[in-house]
Ligand binder design. Structure first.
Ligand SMILES: [Zn+2]
Ligand SMILES: [Zn+2]
Length: 285
């Protein structure tokens, strides 16, 4: 099975996908504008706020340049891990489907961990810190990739025999799929809600309502949340954001928000050494 040409420069895909993303944003924006014109109420947190979307695009651009730089390190870690490969898996539609499912499970593990370990939350919290939720929220990614540790979560796939190139295909497929679930315009996908991570499930994941905190970690599939007890159904309207609000649309402030919180806790707020060390990894104050 031939690797699609586009995946030979994975960092470039970060910007190539905008070809698909931007029309979705335009359609969503027009949809809400038409609803408002017809005096249908659109929630404020669904609307396109100029300051917020500028911040999201700035973070995405910043992330792009970091990705170009990071691709080198990711490639090196993948290449070194190849020395420990147990099997070699030939690629066909069956092995590709299995790869997408396995990578999705590892994504669930990464995503769960990023909400539970504070030094990984430094990076992931950026994606959650907006109090708006629309397609542009999907672009709100942290430039502090060094704190995301995602590369290490994909290494079991190399060990069992998948090539780094095809793992990259699975990772990008997962991320691109997740763009389409960042909307309030789609209420339900019917029976697919049982199997797939959908806009409704992902709205819950972005919620700061008490019952929605730390729920629905899935990437493409929602079955992992159903199996491991982290699933929550969308019932009451979602209030988006994080419990300690960032209160800024300045991309630098947004990117460094949780890093500065930890920095302050470590150097100024926590008195005992044990407390200081705990503040680096524990989400509990
Ligand atoms: Zn998350
Ligand atoms: Zn999201």
């Amino acid at each position: 099975m031939q690797l699609p040409e586009v995946f030979t420069h994975p960092a470039q895909i970060t910007y190539l996908v905008l070809i698909a993303y931007i029309p979705c944003m335009v359609i969503e924006y027009i949809h809400y504008s038409l609803l408002q014109k017809n005096t249908v109420k659109v929630r404020k947190n669904a609307q396109y706020n100029f300051r917020e979307i500028s911040c999201n695009f700035a973070l995405y651009t910043w992330r792009y340049f970091i990705n170009v730089y990071f691709a080198f390190f990711t490639g090196k870690i993948f290449a070194d891990t190849m020395n420990f490969q147990l099997f070699h898996i030939n690629m066909n539609w069956l092995s590709l489907t299995l790869l997408i499912v396995l990578q999705d499970f590892l994504y669930y593990c990464y995503h769960y961990t990023s909400h539970k370990l504070r030094f990984i939350w430094i990076a992931h919290s950026v994606h959650h810190s907006s109090e708006y939720f629309n397609y542009t929220t999907a672009l709100r990614l942290s430039p502090l990739r060094v704190f995301s540790f995602t590369t290490f979560f994909w290494l079991p796939l190399i060990i069992i025999g998948y090539s780094p190139e095809w793992i990259t295909v699975a990772v990008i497929t997962n991320l691109v799929y997740q763009f389409f679930i960042h909307t309030q315009a789609i209420k339900s996908l019917g029976f697919l809600e049982l199997l797939l991570n959908t806009p409704a499930h992902h709205r819950v994941h972005h919620g700061k309502n008490k019952q929605y905190l730390d729920k629905n970690f899935g990437g493409i599939l929602i079955i992992w949340d159903r199996i491991f007890g982290t699933f929550e159904q969308e019932v009451q309207p979602v209030e988006f954001g994080i419990t300690k609000s960032v209160n800024s649309a300045n991309p630098i402030k947004v990117a460094l928000f949780e890093f500065m919180n930890i920095f302050n806790d470590f150097f100024f707020n926590k008195k005992k050494v044990k407390q200081k060390i705990k503040s680096l990894y524990s989400m509990k104050p």
